[in-house]
Design a protein around this ligand. Structure first.
Ligand code: SAM
Length: 243
């Protein structure tokens, strides 16, 4: 999969894209990420990318002409690419969005700066996504979050593909608690079931702990999760305070 990032700060990406999971996937050639400088698509000698807002007000607004030229040039290089605009006003970026993007061959991610975009830039984007209800100074951190979350779902990126399947949100629930050695630390013991060697019991415990965590920490997710009759019975017990 190829990610093209359109940004005023291409150097922002050099270190994060060399690290860990994404860095290894790029080195293996499973992913390609190219950061493009928006200034290269400006037409004036000052390479202007922003201007004062019509009607007055604080701050500067990203100009439409360089954005349009850049997006059109990138789309010509990657026919069929989806253009994603980062904006706090977009649809919430979730694990479901990440899975949708992972099925694509090419994504162009547009990073805003200043007070945001000239409204006409929106007509060049297929999707508008927000990484949460807070305002960052630019779209570079959201772009990295999108690339990282999508990359984990691309075959060949994670050592063991199942590790993303048990991640929180993948099955609509939070992940169960995890432990590693030592068996006891300052009086806190690893639950006996995990060292029992009984895989059926371990699976059952993990499912119930996933449900318990989600019920307590993110009850909003339960409504949309794929639940079995056994899950529903366990949730009823939780509601009655029995488990
Ligand atoms: N004035 C804009 C508004 O209220 O919608 C916010 C502009 S913000 C300072 C500059 C840029 O940062 C945005 O254009 C967007 O690219 C990025 N950005 C900030 N917060 C974001 C978020 N929660 N999700 C995605 N992108 C965000």
């Amino acid at each position: 999969m190829v990610f093209d990032i359109l940004t005023l700060f291409p150097e922002f990406f050099s270190s994060p894209l060399r690290q860990s999971v994404v860095g290894k996937a790029i080195a293996k050639g499973v992913l390609r990420v190219e950061a493009h400088n928006l200034r290269d698509f400006t037409l004036d000698k000052h390479k202007t990318t922003d201007d004062y807002p019509y009607g007055g007000g604080h701050g500067m607004v990203m100009k439409v002409e360089p954005m349009a030229a850049a997006i059109e040039a990138l789309k010509a290089q990657r026919p069929g690419a989806t253009v994603v605009m980062t904006t706090p006003q977009g649809e919430r970026f979730t694990q479901k969005t990440a899975a949708e993007f992972a099925a694509l061959s090419s994504l162009i991610i547009v990073c805003g700066r200043y007070e945001g975009y000239d409204e006409r830039i929106r007509s060049f984007a297929g999707r508008e996504v927000s990484v949460g209800d807070y305002v960052l100074s630019g779209g570079e951190i959201p772009a990295l979050a999108i690339i990282d979350a999508v990359a984990r779902l691309i075959p060949g990126v994670l050592g063991e593909p199942e590790s993303s399947e048990s991640d929180s949100f993948s099955a609509g629930l939070l992940e169960y608690p995890q432990y590693t050695r030592p068996e006891e630390f300052r009086g806190m013991r690893v639950p006996d079931v995990l060292i029992s060697g009984n895989h059926a019991l371990i699976e059952k415990w993990r499912r119930q702990e996933s449900l318990r965590r989600t019920f307590h920490k993110r009850p909003d997710l339960i409504e949309f999760a794929d639940l079995t009759a056994e899950d529903k019975a366990f949730l009823e017990e939780l509601k009655r305070g029995k488990s």
